[in-house]
Design a protein around this ligand. Structure first.
Ligand SMILES: Cc1cc2nc3c(=O)[nH]c(=O)nc-3n(C[C@H](O)[C@H](O)[C@H](O)COP(=O)(O)OP(=O)(O)OC[C@H]3O[C@@H](n4cnc5c(N)ncnc54)[C@H](O)[C@@H]3O)c2cc1C
Length: 443
């Protein structure tokens, strides 16, 4: 929570009120509506001329569908009181103006950044405030936020805070480059994942996404637009990365790139013994300092409950080409664990990939004859969850409540966690994927 003077930067415990700002004459009717609503909602009288002074290049909207969208998220668990308005910014300056107005006003109002709205529990919402809709602001005519700019020699890309990772990938691939650290799903915004951490199977090697950022432009709670990095305004830099949107709004991120692999060998192996599973996972992430040929590029894993779509929606990997009868491997109804690993490669080095994979697999202690392998384009691997999304959407199973939980469990307690939770509370009766993989703490 960022509070400046007596103003709140986001939805909070203290006063909650709003000014709405319009610069176009055509917006006057809507403005009057917003002010009336404001007066009714929070019982305050505002000077409408003050609102008219704010000239944003983007759009300040009180359209009911915008307001409705901004009061929902992917979790579908929380429906906050709607915001009074939604700003679709055309630039960082639009956001700076809005926040300056809130900071300078006698009353203040709450402001919340919203990326692609894939939070679980209302993190991007604000009741009776203004939501800054960072993603999707490129729609319509008029000025729009900047497109990604790739710096091929320096190997980084400058992107708008609301840019989706799928678009960051597409832009950088035009130069044969790609970001190093990912989330499993790419239809999330840069500002949204950098406000959390951005963790996936590459994090053991490169660190989470927040460890792969050179610098940021941030609009602070006073409405200043500041550039920050390890060297410049470093306190702000470290506060904003993983800051849950409470320390400023990220308008630009400079993200580190590497030469993009072309293909991925994607492998899954199964375990019935939890200690063997975690021992192998921990061994694989301990190889992070080794040369590329001596380690995998991605290490994740999950608990296998049954073969239904709801539990295994992240891909239909095991079937139909790779059918596996789980009951035949674990006839006592016990829990199975799947180690998921990948090796990236270029078509020019395809001849060595089999040997490299074989040599790494030899060191692991999975159930013999449970190696499931597929080979695909790098982009298709990174975008794998989107395919599952389309499948679930077609069955009406995507826009449903998602009571998801992420936990960091210390290595010393992971065995107890398995006994108590996977084998205990859950048994093999779950609905939804349960991912489990280790992280190198120092990354
Ligand atoms: C299908 C799916 C798969 C996922 N997989 C992973 C995964 O593998 N790894 C992982 O780490 N996470 C994963 N997540 C979680 C995801 O990273 C977070 O929910 C993330 O916040 C979503 O991004 P968003 O753009 O939708 O953010 P929103 O929900 O819009 O916002 C999230 C938070 O960030 C703040 N925020 C948004 N934009 C900005 C900005 N520009 N500046 C400052 N603050 C901002 C908001 O105020 C809010 O607090 C997954 C989520 C889904 C739905």
């Amino acid at each position: 929570m960022f509070i400046s003077r007596n103003h709140l930067f986001k939805q909070g415990e203290e006063e909650t009120l709003i000014h709405c700002f319009f610069h176009m004459a055509t917006s006057k009717l809507l403005l009057t509506f917003a002010i009336c609503r404001l007066i009714v909602t929070v019982g305050l009288t505002l000077d409408p001329t003050e609102l008219l002074l704010l000239g944003v290049d983007g759009q300040l909207s009180v359209d009911p569908s915008d307001v409705e969208t901004a009061s929902l998220d992917f979790g579908l668990l929380t429906r906050a009181a709607p915001p009074l308005a939604v700003l679709h910014p055309a630039s960082a300056q639009d956001i700076a103006q809005l926040i300056k107005a809130a900071y300078g006003s006698d009353f203040g109002f709450t402001v919340s950044a919203r990326g692609h709205g894939h939070s679980i529990n209302g993190q991007a919402q604000t009741a009776n405030g203004v939501v800054v809709q960072m993603s999707g602001s490129k729609r319509g005519s008029g000025r729009k936020p900047p497109q990604p700019r790739v710096w091929p020699r320096e190997k980084y890309v400058d992107v708008w805070g609301g840019e989706l990772w799928i678009d960051v990938l597409r832009s950088s691939l035009e130069y044969g480059l790609a970001p190093k650290s990912w989330t499993d799903y790419l239809y999330l915004s840069v500002g949204g994942t950098l406000s959390n951490a951005g963790i996936s199977g590459q994090a053991f090697n490169h660190g989470p996404q927040i460890s792969n950022v050179h610098e940021l432009d941030v609009v602070t709670g006073k409405g200043e637009l500041l550039t920050c990095s390890e060297e410049q305004n470093s306190e702000l830099f470290h506060a904003v990365l993983g800051g849950l949107g409470q320390f400023g709004i990220i308008t630009r991120a400079r993200i580190s790139l590497e030469p993009a692999p072309q293909r991925v060998r994607w492998i899954r192996v199964l375990y019935s013994n939890f200690s063997a599973f975690t021992r192998d996972q921990e061994y694989l992430i301990s190889l992070h300092g080794e040369a590329g040929s001596q380690k995998f590029d991605y290490v994740e894993g999950f608990v296998i409950a049954d073969e239904g779509l709801i539990n295994n929606w992240r891909s239909s990997f095991f079937s139909p080409r790779n059918p596996v009868k789980i009951s035949s491997l674990e006839p006592n109804g016990g829990v199975l664990y799947c180690l998921e690993i990948t090796k990236n490669y270029l078509e020019s080095t395809a001849s060595t990939i089999d040997k490299e994979v074989e040599s790494l697999l030899k060191r692991l202690d999975f159930i013999p004859a449970t190696v499931f392998t597929t080979d695909l384009l790098y982009v298709d691997f990174l975008d794998r969850v989107h395919k599952a999304e389309l499948k679930l959407r077609s069955k009406g199973l995507w826009e449903v409540p998602h009571p998801w939980l992420n936990l960091f469990v210390p290595k010393s307690k992971i065995g107890d966690f398995d006994k108590g939770v996977f084998k205990g509370i859950l048994g093999n009766k779950t609905s939804g994927p349960i991912l489990i993989y280790p992280m190198n703490k120092h990354k």
